[in-house]
Design a protein around this ligand. Structure first.
Ligand code: DC
Length: 230
């Protein structure tokens, strides 16, 4: 008799910038044949629209209206999410410094977050998804099958970001200061501050290679999959 095929899980990976979420989420999704969804890319797309439309990052109502009038789509590809804003491919533009900064600012608003959370639920509800962000395990999928909170020492996270950005020639000191400020904003905002869900598994990647992090998470996924077959 063949074993029943396992249910397709919802896997949440949360944590601060530079902890390695995107790489791990995308590698894990590929291994499992799941879809990888980067929720941060949606905040980035909205932030880009605010920049293009010269909208204030502090005007919650204007941002919410803009969100309602926008079409933000994530298309998972081998190399990460292709991000479409009103049908334009903004995948590269949303990674630039001004958008990174703006995304952290537009994401403090609770109404904007509620709109994002609703879209993100629609995208992941069928399972077979690795969704990464800041509030996936706490707000988007509080009943996710597996919740990972990926952390790393701030100095290491800064170094990783610098290594990524050095190619683009960004000044090191300014970059590190911006990362610290975004961290502070993400962790202290009133609406869904970055924090592990009570039932999240904490993984500290400070002294682990990417492969080691992936191995740990895969072991947890395999336990869950085995449990769904019982
Ligand atoms: O993961 P990222 O760097 O692409 O996220 C960009 C910003 O969006 C980040 O500063 C915080 C915000 N964000 C959020 O508040 N909630 C999420 N689920 C994902 C990102």
């Amino acid at each position: 008799m063949t074993a029943p095929s396992p249910r397709k899980l919802i896997i949440a990976i949360d944590g601060p910038a530079g902890a390695g979420k995107s790489t791990i989420a995308s590698r894990l999704a590929r291994k499992l044949g799941y879809v990888n969804l980067e929720s941060g890319a949606m905040y980035r797309a909205l932030a880009l629209k605010a920049i293009l439309w010269d909208e204030s990052f502090d005007d919650e109502e204007a941002l919410l209206k803009m969100a309602h009038d926008s079409r933000i789509a994530l298309e998972p590809t081998i190399g990460g999410n292709r991000v479409l804003l009103d049908k334009s491919d903004v995948s590269a533009r949303i990674r630039e410094r001004d958008v990174t900064e703006a995304a952290s600012k537009v994401s403090v608003h609770s109404k904007v977050r509620a709109w994002m959370v609703a879209r993100q639920r629609e995208m992941g509800i069928g399972g077979g998804v690795v969704m990464e962000g800041r509030d996936i395990g706490t707000k988007v999928f509080p009943d996710a099958d597996l919740k990972i909170f990926l952390e790393a020492d701030p100095v290491i996270r800064e170094q990783r970001r610098l290594d990524q950005q050095r190619v683009k020639g960004a000044p090191a000191e300014a970059m590190a200061a911006e990362l610290r400020e975004r961290d502070r904003r993400d962790r202290t905002r009133a609406a869904s501050p970055l924090a592990p869900a009570p039932d999240a598994v904490l993984v500290d990647s400070t002294h682990l290679s990417e492969d080691e992090v992936l191995e740990r998470i895969e072991a947890l996924v395999n336990e869950k999959l085995a449990a769904t077959r019982e």
